[in-house]
Design a protein around this ligand. Structure first.
Ligand code: ATP
Ligand code: MG
Length: 458
C-alpha cells in the first residue's frame, strides 16, 4: 500500500526515526518541523495521514488539526503525545483526530493504526461508489429534472430500458419526449448500437416508406440506386418513431407486420430482410381519439403501447423550472462572451409564474434569448421576451368583452395573426417549431404565412 504520510514534530530525531521506518514500509513520507510548514505542505499535495506531535513551539497539534479539517477533511490525523498529557489527546479526538499514540512510539502500534485508517478509507470510498451507483441506476443521461413527477417518469424509463418492450412516450410538444427516448436507448444494452429517429409527420406516405424501409434500385422514378431504410440502419439498436399519430394508414399496416414478424421488404423489393430493432414511439396527439375516428389502427396501438410513459407538461412540475434554467444557462453561456450569468430576482419570478405552452423547449428558447440579449451578468426582466412580462399571456384567451360589431371572420383572423406572430417570435422564425407551439400542421402554418404575405419577413 502506498500511503502518503506527513510527520510533524519539532524534534529532528523523532521525525527521522519515524520517517525512516515508514519509508521502509513503502509509504511516501514528508516531514515538517512545525505547524506553519505543515500547512504549506498540506496545501500543495494530498496527504492521507498526518502524524503530529502535540506540543511544539508556537502553534500546537490541535491548531494543526483544525487547519487540516478545513484544508482537506479526508486527511486523517494521529496525535503523538508525551505520556501524562493524555487530556490534550482526548480533546483532539473530540475535534476529529483519528486516534492518538503516546511517546515513546511503538512501531507495531503505528503499523496497526495505518492499517485501520486504510481500511476505513476503503470503506468510505466503497460507500460513496455504491451510493453513486444507486443514484445512477435511476438517473437517465440528459434528462434534467428535480420534480417528483419526473422522478417517477425516470424511474419507469430506467426500468423499461433493460427490456425490449415497445414504449409509447406521450406528452405535449416540447416536454422532452425525444430526450427521454434517447435516454432509454443510452441506458439500455443497445447503447453501443445506433439510435435512429424518424419523424412520421415530416414526409408524405411514399417518401416515409422509402425512408423507413429503404428501396431497391428502380422502385420508383428517381430511385436510381438501392437505399437502406431506417429500420435496417437501426438494426440491433433503437428506432424512435416520432409523431406516430401522423403515420399514414398504409404505413401503419406495414409497421404492424414488422412488429409482429421482425421482417420486411424494401420498397420495390421481394427479399425479406430480418431486423432486430427496439421500437420507441412518441406522440403529442390523442391517439384514442384517432382510433375512434378510424385514423389509427387499434392493433398497432396495442403493439406500440406495451408500456406508456406520460411526460407531464412543464406547468405541472414547476420545481423543474429552476433546475432547467441553470442547465440551459450553462449550456448556452459558452456561446456568449460572458463567463457567468444569472437571472435577477424579478426576472426569475416572471419565469417561475409563466405557464409555458411550449414546455421545456420554450423555456430553453427563453433562457437562450435572454442570455444573448442581456449586456450584464445579471439578466433582468428587460431581457426576457415581452410576452412573458405581461401579467397573463394572451394566447388562447379570447377577449373579455365580446365585440359583435366587427365581423367574426375578421376577429378570428386577427387573433390567428397574433398567435402566429407570437409563435414565430418565440421560435425566431422557425416554422416547424412555431407550428408545434400552435398545434397545427406545418403546411397549415405555411398557408397562413403566404396568405398574409408574411413569408419573407418572418
Ligand atoms: N428534461 C429535460 N432536460 C433537458 N433538456 C430537455 C428536457 N426536456 C426537454 N428538453 C429540451 O427541450 C427541447 C425539446 O425536447 P424534445 O425535442 O425532446 O421534445 P418533444 O417532446 O419531442 O417535442 P415535440 O413533440 O415538439 O417533438 C430540446 O431542446 C431538449 O433538449
Ligand atoms: Mg419530438
Amino acid at each position: 500500500m502506498n500511503t502518503s504520510i506527513l510527520i510533524v514534530d519539532d524534534e529532528k530525531h523523532q521525525r527521522d526515526t519515524l520517517s525512516d521506518y515508514l519509508s521502509s514500509q513503502k509509504n511516501t513520507v514528508t516531514t515538517a518541523s512545525g505547524v506553519e510548514e505543515a500547512v504549506q505542505i498540506l496545501k500543495s499535495k494530498i496527504i492521507d495521514i498526518v502524524f503530529t506531535d502535540f506540543k511544539m513551539p508556537g502553534k500546537n497539534g490541535l491548531d494543526l488539526l483544525r487547519e487540516i479539517k478545513i484544508i482537506n477533511p479526508d486527511t486523517q490525523v494521529v496525535i503523538m503525545t508525551a505520556f501524562g498529557t493524555i487530556e490534550n489527546a482526548v480533546t483532539a479526538m473530540k475535534e476529529g483526530a483519528f486516534d492518538y499514540i503516546t511517546k515513546p512510539i511503538d512501531l507495531d502500534e503505528i503499523d496497526l493504526l495505518i492499517k485501520r485508517i486504510d481500511e476505513r478509507q476503503n470503506l468510505l470510498s466503497e460507500n460513496i461508489r455504491l451510493k453513486e451507483q444507486l443514484k445512477d441506476r435511476y438517473k437517465l443521461s440528459g434528462v434534467i429534472s428535480s420534480s417528483a413527477k419526473m422522478e417517477e417518469v425516470i424511474s419507469i424509463a430506467s426500468r423499461v430500458a433493460e427490456s425490449k418492450a415497445a414504449v409509447l412516450i406521450r406528452g405535449e410538444s416540447g416536454t422532452g419526449k425525444e430526450v427521454l427516448a434517447k435516454a432509454i436507448h443510452f441506458s439500455s444494452e443497445r447503447k453501443e448500437k445506433p439510435f435512429i429517429a424518424v419523424n412520421c409527420a415530416a414526409l408524405n406516405e411514399n417518401l416515409l416508406e422509402s425512408e423507413l424501409f429503404g428501396h431497391e434500385k428502380g422502385a420508383f422514378t428517381g430511385a436510381d440506386k438501392q437505399k437502406r431504410g431506417r429500420f435496417e440502419l437501426a438494426n440491433e439498436g433503437t428506432l424512435l418513431l416520432d409523431e406516430i399519430g401522423d403515420l399514414p394508414a398504409a404505413t401503419q399496416v406495414k409497421l404492424l407486420r414488422i412488429l409482429q414478424e421482425e421482417e420486411f421488404e424494401r420498397v420495390g423489393g421481394v427479399q425479406p430482410i430480418k431486423v432486430d430493432v427496439r421500437i420507441l414511439a412518441a406522440t403529442n396527439r390523442d391517439i384514442e381519439q384517432l382510433i375512434d375516428e378510424g385514423k389509427f389502427r387499434e392493433d398497432l396501438y396495442y403493439r406500440l403501447n406495451v408500456v406508456t410513459i406520460n411526460i407531464p407538461p412543464l406547468r405541472e412540475r414547476r420545481e423543474d423550472i429552476p433546475t432547467l434554467i441553470d442547465f440551459f444557462l450553462n449550456k448556452y453561456i459558452s456561446t456568449t462572451k460572458k463567463s457567468k450569468a444569472e437571472f435577477s430576482k424579478e426576472a426569475f419570478d416572471i419565469l417561475m409564474r409563466y405557464n409555458y405552452p411550449g414546455n421545456v423547449r420554450e423555456l430553453e428558447n427563453i433562457v437562450h434569448h435572454s442570455l444573448v440579449l442581456s449586456r450584464e451578468e445579471l439578466i433582468t426582466s428587460e431581457d426576457i421576451p415581452i410576452s412573458l412580462r405581461k401579467k397573463r399571456s394572451e394566447s388562447g384567451k379570447p377577449c373579455d368583452e365580446l365585440d359583435l360589431e366587427t365581423p367574426m371572420s375578421e376577429q378570428v383572423d386577427n387573433l390567428e395573426k397574433k398567435l402566429v406572430k407570437e409563435a414565430m417570435e418565440r421560435t425566431k422564425g422557425n416554422q416547424t417549431g412555431a407550428a408545434k407551439i400552435l398545434g397545427i400542421p406545418e403546411r397549415n402554418l405555411r398557408y397562413r404565412l403566404e396568405k398574409w404575405g408574411w413569408k419573407n419577413n418572418s
